[in-house]
Structure formats: C-alpha cells, structure tokens
Design a protein around this ligand. Structure first.
Ligand SMILES: *[C@@H]1O[C@H](CO)[C@@H](O)[C@H](O)[C@H]1NC(C)=O
Ligand SMILES: *[C@@H]1O[C@H](CO)[C@@H](O)[C@H](O)[C@H]1NC(C)=O
Ligand SMILES: *[C@@H]1O[C@H](CO)[C@@H](O)[C@H](O)[C@H]1NC(C)=O
Ligand SMILES: *[C@@H]1O[C@H](CO)[C@@H](O)[C@H](O)[C@H]1NC(C)=O
Ligand SMILES: *[C@@H]1O[C@H](CO)[C@@H](O)[C@H](O)[C@H]1NC(C)=O
Length: 195
C-alpha cells in the first residue's frame, strides 16, 4: 500500500535531511555574486545595504523557473521596452506558492534579466546600467531576493513598508489548509532535490 511504503520511506528521508548540514535556502554562486555586486553598487552611491528577504527570494526563484525556457532577445529582460513587460498569467499562483499576497508585494519590484550563460559582469551591468538602475538607485528598497534558472536572473526588491514587505501572508490561512502530513512529506522531498 502506498501509505505503508511512504511510512517506510519517511524515516529514511528524514535522516537524510538531518545528515545533510545544509540550509534550506541554497543559493547558487551566481546569485551570491550578484548579491555582493548589487550591494557594492549601492554602497558606491551611499545607499543602504539590501538585506536578503526569503519570500522575495522564493518569488525570484519561481519567476526564474517561469522564464527559463524563453530565449534572450534584444527585447527581453533588461532590454524590455517599459510597459511591454511579460505578464505571467500564473503570477497569483506563484505568490501563493511563496505565501505572499499582492497586498504586501505591490510596492516591490521584479527585475528579470536574460544573459546567455549568466556571465557575471554582464549580469551585473544588466541591472546597474539599464533601466533597472532606477530601482537599484531607489532608497525605498531595503530587501532583495535573487533567483536564477538557465540564462535568466531575477531580482526581486522589497521595501520596509507593509505594501512591499513581502511578509508571509497569514490572511489566507494557508497553514490550516495544508494537511500536516504534507509538510512532513514536502520537507524531505525538497531536501532530496537539493542533494
Ligand atoms: C558618499 O559619501 C561620501 C562621504 O560622505 C562622499 O564623499 C561621496 O561623494 C558620496 N558619494 C555619492 C555618490 O553621493
Ligand atoms: C532587435 O532585433 C531585431 C531582429 O533581430 C531588429 O530588427 C531590431 O531592430 C532590434 N531592435 C533593437 C532595439 O536593437
Ligand atoms: C545585458 O546582457 C546582454 C546579453 O543578453 C548584453 O548583450 C547587454 O549588453 C547587457 N546590457 C547591459 C546594459 O549590460
Ligand atoms: C542611477 O545612479 C547612477 C549613478 O548616479 C546613474 O548613473 C544612473 O543614471 C541612475 N539611474 C537612473 C535610472 O536614474
Ligand atoms: C490578501 O490579503 C487581504 C487582506 O490582508 C485578504 O483580504 C485577501 O484575501 C488576501 N488575498 C489572497 C489571495 O490571499
């Protein structure tokens, strides 16, 4: 029976989590590199250091996942003509996945860039020397989440106001909707992917 097999697997998976001395949020080197470079850029302008925002990071990862199969062109990512940005129809789903609510993300900024092979120097200039510099120059942003997939790098900026805090949404009562067993199953599965 499926339930029986799962219950056999569970201790095994759980122990693999315990043995694994890794934080749940695991960044790629590219993401860390960009994080440092963006903060150096901010420092050069005497702006505050952006701190990591886990929920913004979750959204950045989800967005990168959506973009990853789109090729880079001269009208994608940082080259996008303002006003013609790709609207993801499943954006609300992505927000829900990250326990976010549009009421606390609306003042944030989502900045997707497409750079073949994510060449670090080009990635950073796609943010600091494009239309996106307007956002990076802005004092209202205090937090950052970075995600990358394929040739896409997504930066999500958060503010310290309620409208852009990217605070975990509790209004939807997400926790009670999900059966506790799913949490148990989900965690080892996530860990498995990270292995
Ligand atoms: C940053 O602050 C330093 C010291 O206050 C000042 O010399 C420098 O001109 C400032 N740079 C910018 C870009 O405002
Ligand atoms: C983008 O590329 C297309 C086709 O490759 C070209 O026709 C167009 O002029 C380019 N646009 C810009 C802004 O470079
Ligand atoms: C952004 O990356 C593209 C590669 O996709 C590169 O051709 C372009 O020069 C970069 N733009 C900036 C402003 O660095
Ligand atoms: C952001 O600041 C830099 C450095 O002062 C400047 O070169 C750039 O034009 C600014 N970007 C925007 C969109 O104002
Ligand atoms: C977002 O939050 C508001 C108020 O905090 C709530 O009324 C609304 O149902 C929430 N939306 C979703 C999709 O959870």
């Amino acid at each position: 029976m499926a339930v029986f097999r799962v219950s056999l697997l569970l201790p095994l998976l759980l122990s693999s989590v315990l043995l694994m001395n890794r934080p749940v949020i695991c960044d790629t080197d590219e993401d860390d590199d960009l994080f440092q470079r963006i903060n150096s850029y901010r420092a050069s302008l005497n702006l505050t250091t952006l701190t990591r925002n886990e929920n913004a990071e979750c959204l950045a990862d989800e967005m990168a996942e959506q973009f990853k199969n789109q090729p880079c062109t001269n009208s994608t990512g940082a080259n996008t003509v303002p006003g013609t940005e790709t609207q993801l129809s499943n954006y609300p789903t992505l927000l829900t996945k990250c326990h976010l609510n549009v009421s606390n993300t609306r003042d944030g900024a989502v900045l997707p860039a497409c750079v073949p092979n994510l060449v670090p120097s080009l990635v950073v200039s796609n943010f600091t020397q494009s239309q996106y510099s307007e956002n990076l120059n802005d004092t209202k942003y205090t937090g950052i989440g970075i995600g990358s997939e394929g040739n896409w790098m997504v930066v999500v900026l958060s503010t310290s106001t309620p409208e852009g805090s990217f605070a975990t949404d509790t209004s939807a009562n997400l926790v009670s909707k999900i059966h506790p067993l799913y949490h148990l199953l989900f965690l080892p599965m996530v860990a498995f992917f990270l292995l």
